[in-house]
Design a protein around this ligand. Structure first.
Ligand code: ADP
Ligand code: UDP
Length: 241
């Protein structure tokens, strides 16, 4: 597989064309941003961890019936994925109140919900990724009603399976963001990444934050937290062999 020209450089990854028009290479960087790019920094080793973790979780989810873009891990930072047209929705699943949910509704963090919630943000940096409902997404032709149904089903399956997996690692899955895309034939697949950048992960016993909130909120120990959470997952995966 030959890497061709860079197609895009985002906040956390670069995307390259390949000699196969249906495949891309994503390359994970150590750059970190928060608050729609207003806060910038570097998390040493993050790209390596996010690449590995996202690939482990995508492979796992494929065994649970979730179609994903994952094809092959090339090295520490680079992975071949199926090229998709990204559905411009950030799909957020929550099990416990935190972050923008707590702020928006004026509640504390840590309220455990009876059932998970799914919400969408319109993926549009200029507008600051505003909250959007299903009807608005359909009206704006961001996705069809059928696609939204499929995306929600996948999102809840991802939540159920990853909640189980992380609990085996002594970790509580608080909330996370997913992105989906369409293959050339219109099939919806899970794309982008699943990592401590895109999930809130709390140590189940101590409630210690093991995710990007350590960077967002200047809590310190950011690199350690990323290494700890990766270590927990790898240890669990090793035990399953
Ligand atoms: P951002 O664009 O928010 O700064 P990244 O730095 O993570 O985010 O850039 C990666 C970009 O690649 C994102 O815009 C994401 O939607 C897109 N992407 C992820 N997976 C795929 C895929 N399989 N095909 C096409 N684009 C993808
Ligand atoms: N999230 C993300 N990218 C975004 C916004 C949110 O990966 O652009 C993730 C975030 O890491 C958290 C979940 O989605 O796990 C819910 O985030 P929230 O809406 O609470 O927003 P935040 O507090 O990050 O602004």
């Amino acid at each position: 597989m030959k890497q061709r020209e860079q197609l895009y450089e985002g906040k956390a990854k670069k995307v390259y064309a390949t000699d196969d028009p249906e495949l891309l290479i994503v390359s994970y960087k150590d750059d970190a941003t928060a608050f729609n790019g207003a806060k910038r920094g570097t998390i040493e080793g993050k790209g390596v961890i996010n690449n590995r973790m996202s690939n482990i979780l995508m492979r796992y989810l494929q065994t649970k019936g979730v179609a994903t873009h994952f094809v092959e891990e090339l090295n520490d930072r680079d992975t071949i994925v199926k090229k998709v047209a990204i559905v411009p929705l950030e799909v957020i699943v929550r099990n416990i109140s935190a972050g923008s949910f707590a702020k928006r509704y004026g509640v504390e963090e840590g309220i455990v919900f009876d059932a998970p919630t799914v919400e969408f943000s319109y993926k549009n940096d200029d507008l600051g990724d505003p909250l959007i409902n299903d009807d608005h997404a359909i009206a704006l032709k961001l996705a069809t009603a059928g696609e939204i149904k499929q995306i929600k089903e996948y999102a809840l399956t991802v939540n159920r399976e990853l909640q189980k997996l992380w609990s085996e690692c002594g970790v509580t899955l608080v909330d996370f963001k997913l992105e989906f895309g369409r293959l050339a034939d219109g099939t919806i697949v899970l794309a982008d990444e699943i990592s401590p950048d895109t999930c809130r992960l709390w140590d189940s016993a101590t409630k210690e934050k093991l995710d990007k909130d350590r960077f967002r909120r200047d809590l310190g120990g950011v690199e350690d937290a990323y290494r700890t959470i990766m270590g927990r997952l790898e240890q669990y995966m090793e035990q399953q062999k």
